[in-house]
Design a protein around this ligand. Structure first.
Ligand SMILES: [Zn+2]
Length: 213
């Protein structure tokens, strides 16, 4: 089983290099926690009633006028509808630019065949939910540390998330959330090693804080 459909509150571990999914109702709180620190998590949110409707980082750039989200910001879908509001964020720096790592990324740039990838992790978990032949949406890359220099150069640096750092969002529609604990261990994105992430779902902010503390 790559998913969890139990009642709130819930905690689900996403093992390093693998993906997991979880169902979340409109109005619930969802947190993703970096258990050890320094672990990038590719994050997707799909409308539970329409798989062609999902969280879209590029649409969110335009909605916010920024490529970095902040506490209080509303994230939007590929139909420009509100999907999350960020209510807490220990790191304050994530990536909304990069596509999911995939087999070609490891083969072409690192000469490694058969490496696990966030792209395949997404298809593995959503394959169990009849995702079919749809494309993998662009993820919101939690705890991933990218920079754009003034000349347009893209830099990928070691993650800055520390042990236990988390982001908490309130959901604005019923969703399937997918998180992949990114298996990239061939460039700085992976930090000091690939470790587990945790997804927490709660009905209220108070309940979320109780679970987290
Ligand atoms: Zn990845």
């Amino acid at each position: 089983m790559l998913d969890d459909k139990n009642n709130s509150p819930r905690k689900l571990t996403v093992p390093g290099r693998y993906g997991r999914s979880i169902d979340v109702e409109k109005g619930q709180y969802v947190a993703v926690r970096d258990i050890e620190g320094g672990q990038c998590g590719d994050f997707w949110a799909i409308d539970a009633n329409d798989f062609d409707h999902y969280l879209s980082p590029p649409h969110t750039w335009i909605h916010l006028g920024r490529i970095q989200p902040r506490i209080g910001d509303e994230l939007v879908t590929n139909q420009r509808k509100p999907i999350f509001t960020i209510i807490a964020d220990d790191v304050g720096w994530h990536d909304m630019l990069a596509p999911a790592c995939d087999r070609q990324r490891y083969e072409r740039y690192f000469g490694v065949k058969g490496h696990r990838s966030c792209h395949d992790n997404f298809l593995e978990v959503m394959g169990e939910r009849d995702w079919g032949s749809r494309m993998v949406p662009q993820p919101f890359n939690l705890f991933m540390n990218t920079f754009i220099e003034s000349d347009g150069t893209l830099l990928i640096r070691d993650p800055i998330s520390k042990r236990g750092d988390k982001i908490i969002m309130i959901t604005r529609m019923s969703l399937i959330i997918v998180v992949s604990a990114c298996p990239m261990d061939l460039n700085p994105v992976g930090g000091q090693g690939i470790t587990d992430l945790e997804i927490i779902v709660a009905d209220s902010e108070e309940e979320m804080m109780r679970i987290l503390n």
